[in-house]
Structure formats: C-alpha cells, structure tokens
Ligand binder design. Sequence first.
Ligand SMILES: NC(=O)c1ccc[n+]([C@@H]2O[C@H](COP(=O)([O-])OP(=O)(O)OC[C@H]3O[C@@H](n4cnc5c(N)ncnc54)[C@H](OP(=O)(O)O)[C@@H]3O)[C@@H](O)[C@H]2O)c1
Length: 383
Amino acid sequence: MIRLAILGSTGSVGQQALDVVRALPDDFKVVALAAGGNAGLLHAQAREFSPAALFARPGHDADALRAETSAEWQPLEAMATREDVDLVLVATSGLAALPSSIAALRAGKPVAIANKETLVVGGPAVRDALDAGRSRGAELRPVDSEHSAIWQCLWGEAPESVERLTLTASGGAFRDYEPSELEAVTAAQALAHPTWRMGPKITIDSATLFNKGLEAIEARWLFDIPLDRVEILQHRESVVHSMVTFRDGSVKAQLGEPDMRLPIQVALTYPHRGAVKPAPALDLAQRGSLTFGTVDTERFPALGIALEAGRREDTSAAAISGADESAVAHFLAGRIRFTEIALLLAQALDAHEPRRTGDLEVLLAAEAWGRQFVDSRVAAGVR
Ligand SMILES: NC(=O)c1ccc[n+]([C@@H]2O[C@H](COP(=O)([O-])OP(=O)(O)OC[C@H]3O[C@@H](n4cnc5c(N)ncnc54)[C@H](OP(=O)(O)O)[C@@H]3O)[C@@H](O)[C@H]2O)c1
C-alpha cells in the first residue's frame, strides 16, 4: 500500500491520478490532497478518499471546508514531507509546488513530477535536492507522457549508451494553419487541443509549441543530458510518446493511446506495472498508419526561443518561463493576439540580463522578472 500526497488534485493531472487510485484501491492510500482555488471539488475528493491532510487557497469554500473537516490543514511543503507519505505527486500548475518538490526530495521522498515549471525554472536546484536526498530514497519520476516514455525506454540501460532523446510533438491546435491565419486565432480555438485534454496554460503552450521547448529543457534536467542531444519530431497522432536512440543505432520507443492516466499510473506504481489498464488499449491495426515529420520553427517561433533560452544554461530559461506565464494569461484574457505571445517572449529573451547560477532565489527572481517584463509591455501597449 503506497501512501500518496497529491499536490494539485483538482487539476487535469490530479483528477486523472485519482482515477488511477480508484482503479487500484488495494495499491494506494491517499494521505494528503492539495488544491488551489477549487475547494468545492477538493471537498468532494476529501469525502471520497478521507485524507489525513488537506489544503486549498483561503476563500469562502476553503474556509467552510476547513471548519468542517477533521483532516489536518497543512501547507504544501509540510504535506510533501509528512512521515506517513511514501510518494508525492506534483500536479500543480506554475511554481506553487517548487519549494515542496525540493523539500520532499531533500527529505528522501520519491517525487512523481508532472509540473514542468519546477524543472524549467529550478532545474539546477531540483537536481541538488535530488542528490542530497538520493541515499534516503529520493528519486524523480516523470509523469509527462513524453518523459515517461523516455524514462521507460531507459530502464535497464547504461547512461553512456544513450546517443539522443527524441520528443514527439502533436503540433498543437494550429499545426495546419498558415502564418496569416495565426494572427486571428482566438483563445477558444487554441484551447481545443486535437489529441490531449489538459489544463489551459499547457494547452495554449501546446498551440504555440512553447510547450515542446519546455519539455526539452525538462528532459535536460530529468535525464541529465545536454539540450543539443534532445530533438523534436512532429508526430500528429500522439501514439509514439517519445524515443531514445542508443549509440549502436538501436531506437526504443514507448507507444500508447494519448491518455495521461497511463504515464501517471507508471509513475505511481514504479518499479512495478499496475495490474489494470488505465487507458484504452492501443490497437495498431485499427490505427493503420502513423506519421512523422519535422517541426516548423518558423511558423511557431516560441519553440526556438525556448530552446535558445535552455541552451544558455543560465537564468534565461527561468525568465522566459515567467514571460510565457504572463503572456498566456494576457492572451486568455483577450488582451494580446496569439502571435504576440512569441513576440513578447523574443523581447524578454533579448532584454534579460542572464546569470549563470544554481541559486534558487536568483532563478525565481529571473522568473518574476520575465512576468513583470511582459506585464509592463502589455500595460504600455508596446509590442
Ligand atoms: N494536463 C496534462 O495532460 C499534463 C501533461 C503533462 C504535464 N502537465 C503539467 O502538469 C502541471 C499541471 O497541469 P494540469 O493540466 O493538470 O493543470 P490544471 O488543470 O490547470 O491544474 C492545476 C492544479 O494546480 C492547482 N494549483 C494552481 N495554483 C495553485 C496554488 N497556488 N497552490 C496550490 N495548488 C494550485 C490547481 O488548483 P485549483 O484547480 O483548485 O485552482 C489544480 O489542482 C503543469 O505544470 C503542466 O504543464 C500536464
């Protein structure tokens, strides 16, 4: 019985993680659940799973739940380091759980990580925490489908035999659009992802392809591999989740229907495989064909900007991640056009004064700088 803390239980990944727990009731006990603002859903989850600890941001519904529940009300960091927690799933968006992820690793806990920003902004600090806690059981288990695929391909392989990692990219909502059509696309169109159902920030990042840049940087920190050995391949069907090429020329890939419940289950049950299929089984005969191609970085400049920032191995990736957080929020609020997201990211990368550091405070300051830079450009109407 694995005792779980789920940070971000009310989000897309968090809810699907609870589906996995429902399907494997003898394997997991939910000990702690944390939400952001959706205290109503957290309340329902608390009734169903009776966790020992809960958290939601203060507000009317959260205050009501806090008054009513017998569970301990605990901030994320305390929750992630509880004695009775065996595994922490980080499924929050943004940077809310970065300190908790670091604290959990330092405390020797395995952390199943869905959240990208944690590694993109705090990669060096997260790896330090992993090294500090490793002898007591700390490990990082990828949840994102691409990184889960690479992780599974690497099981039992020597690190020195890896030549390169290949992340597959569906291409997002606008993969067939002409540049002129991209000018006028709306938030509603961008939120309709062709293959995955996800939270709003990652769905917009998928439409700009910035998400694939974040994933490449994430892979750099998860697998401790230089970014120039991580490549991107367009694959519309999202069935081949990613691949590893070894130095003898062998290529391993992991396949499955595009459904996050499978990589979530793999991360939760590791080193074993769960006894049930959490997602529809893949039927290749019915699929018929799978297609591959190059990704068009000219049409989707946000990808190139993210990769450039990541290659610098300094505070640039943190700054660009903050800039994107803000740019996506402005796009969703209808204040800027879709194509202006990449424009603002390029300006932020140009204006940022980078520092080469693993200091978390400096990395977080760079992220905050990126957000403020974009906010001030949008407020001034300068783009
Ligand atoms: N969705 C996917 O398929 C997918 C795949 C790979 C990676 N990821 C990554 O996983 C992370 C989560 O993605 P998602 O799609 O599940 O996002 P989401 O649906 O927007 O959910 C975000 C979760 O974080 C919680 N949260 C937000 N701010 C918080 C705060 N300050 N304190 C505590 N909790 C907070 C939200 O709570 P409330 O809803 O209660 O406000 C919600 O539970 C992201 O980093 C994303 O890039 C997602």
